[in-house]
Ligand binder design. Structure first.
Ligand SMILES: *[C@@H]1O[C@H](CO)[C@@H](O)[C@H](O)[C@H]1NC(C)=O
Length: 663
């Protein structure tokens, strides 16, 4: 039997009506049926992995398409609706900026086929193209139009999807490769079988050179509106997570430097604990069947490694301290409180005889048997355990005699500030006009180090392309993650994105996020040669670059929301995001047009009611340039955009809160 190629499809129904009442949607089922019917050729199956209904809303459309293309990496995204002339129709405008390559041929095919049927096709505005490894096609909203437009593309879609997926023909098409597929689709053979592997060296053909400003171009050629789609915070977080890979596994000594690591192995007990039968109390080891009476004290057992005491015989008692090993033959320990001294040595230094008062002793009473705390081979700390600063885990590791354990290496984070106007925070003298102190670098270096990650200080880099490139290269070589601040918003001299894309061969994964503060937050990946790999066959590793906005509050908030979770994910922390807690807001806050991350101080509620609930106080004016808004903050309220409801809080060094908004 020939094997089958499965191509995955995600369907996006763009309709404000259907988003309110899904039963009004007729296109979804029709398109799924059509794809199912097209799956009958033995070598090919279309699998619809997700159908989503969204309103006519640019953001909602872009979020879905970006997630499917960049995170889920489906082969085909089909949208239906929003391609006409109505005021609300904006699907092509939402999709077009997401395309790395446009596919005018597919558009032409839809239009020319349609024009033969109806002149109304003149008013169709479809777009089609490729993002990363995903083909995207926009269909009209009418079920019939959507079905027929898709039908006209369908014979070619498998070929197109396979080519842009980067699958090699041998892997994708076991039964005869592309020519066989073409033959089955009734297509004439293409002149040469495409060698797809030349085309997929960029994982993100996402906005590339044609979208970033060019390096060294005149100011008049710069973009006047950002070419980067505005992502939601959750879409941005998902994209970062998709690019973040765990670091390598290394041995680390058991001690203070282990705190903050995540175990990459199951730690088992090599020996039973306790390793010997030990007394739980201070008292006398006896043979439990002896019963009450006067007994000679024949030996003493202390909790110290001593020569083994002589075996205990019936009719004898042995003085024993807590934790001390039991003499052989003893079957129970009587607490000292349940005994009386009968006779001592003349100098009173040692007991000779005691009276045992306790009756009906049970065998094993007051004895910790071998392995009763931890049996040999038991997993005492499973893989994935976090080594906390509380001490419990270090204690456990020490108890089983571990000198070192295997953990994920902590990523090294390099930090730099950009801008000609930025001067070191400790430069003496007053600031001259136009100068600002570098607050971000010391703030971020401290925050990163305090979270337990090693840092590299790359200093302040002037606004000069060559200089930025040189420092970034050095940073990317020596560190796993580079964090820059400044130089990313439209108004600033934005050298960062073109330097990443054009000079370093990296990919900007996203360049704008719908949030306040932090809108220009940029995230990129840069392939860096692995040292030691041979010329020609050199291995490359993708490193992460976070370009945070230059405003101090923006830098701190976006560090905690985006960078810290990525660092935590790299060492294997689950969940990597910061904790969410409920708080009682102590004052009214005003909602913004953007989702806002409002800096707050969170503390356990004292006060008269003393209910122990967490309370949150605003840190005051939230302008992103106002560094004071982050002072004293240990969390952020996640305020929804005006008009949305539901309120959430998160952040700084760990606290994150969810709180329902009543009005
Ligand atoms: C394709 O969609 C357009 C509307 O956008 C419609 O006018 C046309 O008839 C459709 N084509 C076919 C072949 O049905």
């Amino acid at each position: 039997m020939a094997s089958t190629t499965t191509l995955t499809v995600a369907l996006l129904i763009v309709s404000t009506t259907a988003s309110r009442d899904p039963t009004t949607d007729a296109s979804g089922q029709l398109l799924r049926d059509l794809l199912l019917a097209a799956s009958t050729t033995p070598a090919l199956t279309w699998e619809v992995t997700e159908t989503l209904i969204v309103p006519d809303d640019t953001q909602a459309i872009q979020d879905a398409v970006v997630r499917w293309a960049d995170v889920e990496k489906v082969n085909l995204v089909v949208t239906t609706g929003g391609t006409g002339f109505a005021i609300s129709d904006g699907t092509p405008e939402a999709v077009r900026p997401l395309l790395g390559k446009e596919a005018p041929g597919l558009v032409h095919a839809m239009l020319s086929t349609s024009l033969k049927i109806t002149p109304y096709a003149m008013m169709a505005r479809p777009v089609a193209g490729v993002r990363a490894h995903t083909l995207i096609v926009t269909l009209p909203g009418s079920p019939k139009g959507a079905k027929e437009n898709l039908s006209c593309l369908l014979p070619l879609l498998p070929h197109a999807c396979i080519q842009c997926s980067g699958l090699t023909s041998s892997r994708a098409l076991h039964s005869g490769g592309t020519p066989a597929l073409e033959a089955r689709s009734g297509l004439p053979p293409s002149s040469s079988t495409p060698s797809t592997h030349h085309h997929h060296h960029h994982d993100h053909p996402t906005p590339r050179a044609h979208t970033a400003n060019t390096l060294n171009g005149p100011v008049t050629s710069r973009h006047r509106a950002s070419p980067y789609p505005l992502l939601t915070v959750s879409a941005a977080t998902a994209l970062i997570a998709a690019e973040t890979t765990p670091t390598d596994i290394v041995p680390r000594p058991v001690g203070p430097s282990l705190v903050g690591h995540i175990l990459a192995e199951d730690v088992t007990a090599p020996h039973p604990i306790p390793a010997f039968r030990a007394s739980i109390v201070d008292g006398y080891a006896v043979v439990h069947t002896d019963g009450p009476g006067v007994y000679p004290v024949v030996s003493v057992s202390h909790a110290s490694p001593a020569t083994p005491t002589a075996p205990l015989l019936p009719g004898q008692a042995a003085r024993i301290t807590t934790g001390a090993p039991l003499p052989a033959g003893a079957t129970a320990v009587v607490m000292v409180e349940d005994t009386e001294l009968v006779r001592a040595t003349p100098d009173s230094s040692e007991e000779l005889e005691v009276r045992i008062l306790a009756s009906d002793l049970r065998p094993g009473e007051n004895i910790r048997e071998i392995g009763s705390d931890v049996a040999e081979g038991t997993v005492v700390l499973p893989r994935g355990s976090a080594i906390s600063a509380v001490g419990g885990e270090i204690g456990l590791l020490a108890s089983v005699g571990r000198r070192d354990v295997r953990v994920r290496r902590k990523p090294v984070v390099a930090v730099l500030s950009t801008g000609d106007e930025v001067v070191p925070h400790d430069r003496e003298g007053v600031l001259r006009a136009g100068e600002i102190r570098d607050t971000n670098r010391p703030a971020l270096l401290s925050a990163i180090a305090a979270s337990g990650f090693p840092t590299v200080d790359l200093g302040i880099v002037a606004d000069a392309a060559g200089e930025l490139e040189r420092v970034l290269r050095a940073g990317l070589e020596g560190a796993d993650v580079v964090v820059t601040t400044g130089g990313v918003s439209m108004g600033e001299l934005d050298l960062l994105k073109p330097t990443v894309e054009q000079a370093l061969g990296g990919s900007v994964v996203f360049g704008r996020v719908a949030m306040k503060p932090g809108k220009p937050t940029t995230f990129a990946t840069v392939p860096v040669a692995v040292p030691g790999s041979k010329e020609g066959e050199e291995k490359k590793k993708k490193k992460l670059l976070f370009a945070l906005p230059g405003n101090p509050a923006s830098a701190i908030v976006t560090y905690h929301l985006f960078v810290l979770p990525a660092l935590r994910a790299m060492v294997g922390m689950v969940p990597a995001g910061l904790p969410v807690v409920r708080v009682v807001l102590q004052e009214d806050v005003r909602l913004d047009e953007r989702p806002e991350y409002h800096r707050v101080r969170i503390a356990a509620g004292g006060g008269d009611d003393g209910d122990g609930r967490l309370r949150a106080w605003s840190t005051g004016g939230q302008r992103s340039s106002r560094v004071g808004s982050a002072g004293g903050a240990n969390g952020v309220l996640v305020l929804p955009a005006r008009g949305e409801c539901g309120l959430k809080v998160e952040l700084l060094s760990g606290i994150r809160t969810r709180y329902p908004l009543s009005s």
